[in-house]
Design a protein around this ligand. Structure first.
Ligand code: NI
Length: 182
């Protein structure tokens, strides 16, 4: 296991469309997933996409910690795991805006509109098919991470740049709740 170097906004690897994973069960993919989970937890993040660690492949790791989970079900707690070659589908027209951060954009937070509910499919790090519906924080995390696979960073989704700023300033202004980074 190893901690991986996280690319920051400005690095071209964060702006390209990532390539599909040819063999999700390959030993090097399992190793990458293990290292990404370790890196995400060390950085106190809730999500980390492969392009963020300079690997332009369509996979990300994420977790829904108890403190960020809703009542359960679609918005319940989830242990750290991987989603490989994800396919994300918005459900319904409802959107919700909330504060987000990103391990590739340290120190900043912004309000981002997202689909309130999504379905996602893919395979996990054991090659097992995954098919889930997500809402609440769970839906936000998978949309944020899936965007990384298409070269999209959260500021590109923002519609009100007046709600974008440094964590310390926002906390002082009490404009933002503490949010996790993905
Ligand atoms: Ni991010």
């Amino acid at each position: 296991m190893a901690l991986l170097k996280i690319a920051r906004m400005g690095h071209p690897v964060l702006l390209r469309r990532a390539d599909p994973v040819a063999d999700p069960a390959a030993p090097e993919i399992r190793r990458l997933v293990a290292d990404m989970i370790e890196t995400m937890i060390d950085a106190k993040g809730v999500g980390l996409a492969a392009p963020q660690v300079h690997v332009p492949l369509r996979l990300f790791v994420f977790r829904i910690p108890p403190a960020r989970a809703g009542a359960g079900g679609e918005d319940g707690e989830l242990a750290a795991g991987a989603l490989i070659n994800p396919v994300l589908t918005p459900l319904g027209e409802e959107t919700a805006a909330g504060w987000e951060g990103c391990l590739s954009i340290p120190g900043l937070r912004g309000v981002v509109p997202r689909h309130a509910r999504v379905h996602y499919a893919g395979v996990d790090e054991t090659g097992t098919p995954v098919s889930r519906t997500a809402s609440g924080f769970h839906a936000v995390v998978v949309q944020h991470e899936n965007d990384h696979l298409d070269g999209i960073l959260y500021p590109m989704r923002m519609t009100d740049l007046s709600r974008f700023g440094f964590v310390e300033e926002l906390a002082e202004a009490a404009a933002a709740p503490p949010v996790a980074r993905a």
